[in-house]
Design a protein around this ligand. Structure first.
Ligand SMILES: Cc1cc2nc3c(=O)[nH]c(=O)nc-3n(C[C@H](O)[C@H](O)[C@H](O)COP(=O)(O)OP(=O)(O)OC[C@H]3O[C@@H](n4cnc5c(N)ncnc54)[C@H](O)[C@@H]3O)c2cc1C
Ligand code: SF4
Length: 479
């Protein structure tokens, strides 16, 4: 591994923003890509206030970016924060992990004119971290309690955003999650070097302090049916994300030390949170000193390769069946991984896993791109007589996620799903085909982004409120 790869600054879990500001020398930890006040002002003042806010149009939350940039440039940070948080429940999270190159920053007119984008994400993070530091972020002070309860299944960004919006209105909100910690993929999927866990824990604590009730280690489908939960609440939101890992069925697939991406990332995140993780501690799920091969070309694959690098792997290789230009993952993530010494083997696909009990090597086919398939992308096809072998101590499969079979799992066969298994909802109201049951986030979109999950959570909250108000009116009429 190049020397550069090993020079990481360890992220102290108890390390809030103050230390973060000082130690930002490490080359590849985006979280240290931090601003001090003068730089935030300088960057914000680069916004030309162009009048056609393409950045805002391409932000899923329609954040009023030009106005909060102007306020930051003028040093009016508290007002900038108030404006930024009015459309986003977790600006400091989005500032860190939105793929800005595809959203706001990629559409900044200054970027388009070749002068480099205003670094919107970093400024958003800076404004919100300043707000936390100065005590401007406060628990919700509910003055008008409403005696109606909503049950939310899933404590990921969609569920959390919906909970916050409903609690602000005075509703009683309970979030159920099968994990032992709230946060969904923010806590156990996305690695700490992209999103520090204290940032997620600080948000969920704020919700607890605002009166949101969390019921953890509670799996709907095992600990209750959907119907039983519906009987406890006036409305339900399903925000369970997508967790069924796509498989690669090849000879040798059942060898030891071939893992799905989430198993690898969850172990690493739990370790970072200070948990005892036997599979990590005994070396099984730890990359240190090993040859690691990751299969896949999306953002999850990038998180796996970069986590392996940080665990001091001997070598990290990423196999992807198309070429670099056709990779689904963010270009920025790929170049970060390349800089860190990850070896990408483009146009390659595993043919066979080899080993006696544990994986020892892979036989890989070289691929070439053929005619476009149904999706419009050029189809990878095997190059004749191109097989080669690579050594591996651990293989990680990062081929994407599909929804679990929720109607079966929830014992609610009536719940309608699409042909992809995502929950079918009304486009405007986000209500499912069962009255009073709504859905949001990845479980309606398929694997997507945090910012879209937040947007869905907010929209679902609005619809749930309308639904409850209408029901109340109808009840009054009957009475
Ligand atoms: C490795 C990885 C890295 C990613 N990196 C990024 C990134 O950098 N930027 C970005 O924008 N997006 C990223 N994403 C995508 C992003 O994390 C998701 O789009 C987002 O978290 C979806 O939010 P959600 O609330 O719909 O679901 P989730 O975050 O998946 O939360 C769903 C919650 O529901 C719970 N749950 C599921 N089933 C049940 C049940 N039966 N009973 C009770 N609880 C249940 C789960 O335990 C979980 O806590 C990444 C995804 C992965 C996998
Ligand atoms: S939420 Fe994401 S897309 Fe919107 S302004 Fe922030 S970083 Fe950009």
């Amino acid at each position: 591994m190049p020397e550069k790869m090993l020079k990481f600054v360890d992220i102290d879990q108890q390390n809030p923003f103050k230390r973060d500001k000082i130690e930002r020398k490490a080359d590849f930890n985006e979280i240290y890509n931090e601003f001090i006040n003068e730089r935030a002002k300088e960057q914000s003042s680069r916004c030309s206030q162009c009048g056609v806010p393409f950045c805002q149009i391409h932000c899923p939350l329609s954040n009023n970016i030009p106005d909060w940039l102007k306020l930051t440039a003028e040093g009016r940070l508290q007002e900038a924060y108030q404006l930024s948080q009015s459309t986003n429940n977790m600006p400091e999270v989005c500032g860190r992990i939105c793929p800005q190159d595809r959203l706001c920053e990629g559409n900044c007119v200054i970027e388009q004119s070749g002068h480099g984008t205003v670094t919107i994400g970093s400024i958003e993070k800076y404004i919100t971290e300043t707000a936390w530091e100065n005590g401007w972020v406060k628990p919700i002070n509910v003055t008008n309690e409403i005696d109606k309860s909503i049950g939310i299944i899933g404590a990921g960004p969609a569920g959390l955003a919906c909970a916050e919006q409903l609690r602000k209105e005075g509703y009683q909100v309970t979030i159920y999650d099968r994990y032992d910690r709230p946060g969904g993929l923010l806590i156990y999927g996305i690695p700490n070097f992209k999103l520090e866990k204290f940032v997620v824990e600080r948000r969920t604590k704020l919700l607890k302090d605002s009166g949101v009730n969390f019921v953890l280690n509670f799996e709907v489908g095992k600990d209750s049916t959907l119907k039983e939960l519906k009987n406890k609440h006036e409305a339900i939101l399903i925000a369970t994300g997508v967790y069924k890992a796509r498989e690669v069925e090849l000879p040798g697939s059942n060898l030891d030390n071939i893992f799905p991406a989430m198993e690898f990332l969850t172990a690493s995140n739990k370790k970072g949170l200070g948990d005892k993780v036997e599979m990590f501690d005994n070396g099984t799920l730890n990359s240190e000193g090993k040859n690691i091969v990751i299969i896949g070309g999306g953002d999850t694959a990038m998180d796996c390769v970069r986590t392996s690098v940080r665990q001091k792997a001997k070598s990290v290789k990423c196999l992807y069946r198309r070429d670099k230009e056709n990779m689904p993952g963010s270009a920025r993530e790929v170049s970060n991984a390349e800089e860190e010494g990850v070896e990408f083997i483009w146009l390659s696909n595993p043919k066979e896993f080899k080993g006696s009990k544990k994986i020892e090597s892979l036989i890989v086919n070289k691929m070439k791109l053929g005619e476009p398939d149904d999706s419009g992308r050029r189809k990878p096809i095997i190059k004749e007589n191109s097989e080669f072998k690579i050594e591996a101590d651990i293989v990680i499969k990062a081929l994407g996620f599909d929804p679990e079979e929720l109607p079966k799992l929830f014992d609610e066969e009536k719940l309608q799903v699409t042909k992809w298994g995502t929950i079918k909802t009304d486009f405007d109201t986000m209500e499912t085909n069962i009255a009073g049951i709504f859905a949001a986030g990845d479980i309606i979109r398929g694997a997507s982004l945090v910012v879209w999950a937040i947007k869905d959570g907010r929209d679902a909250a609005e619809s749930i409120q309308k639904y409850l108000e209408l029901k109340e009116k109808q009840n009054q009429k009957v009475a």
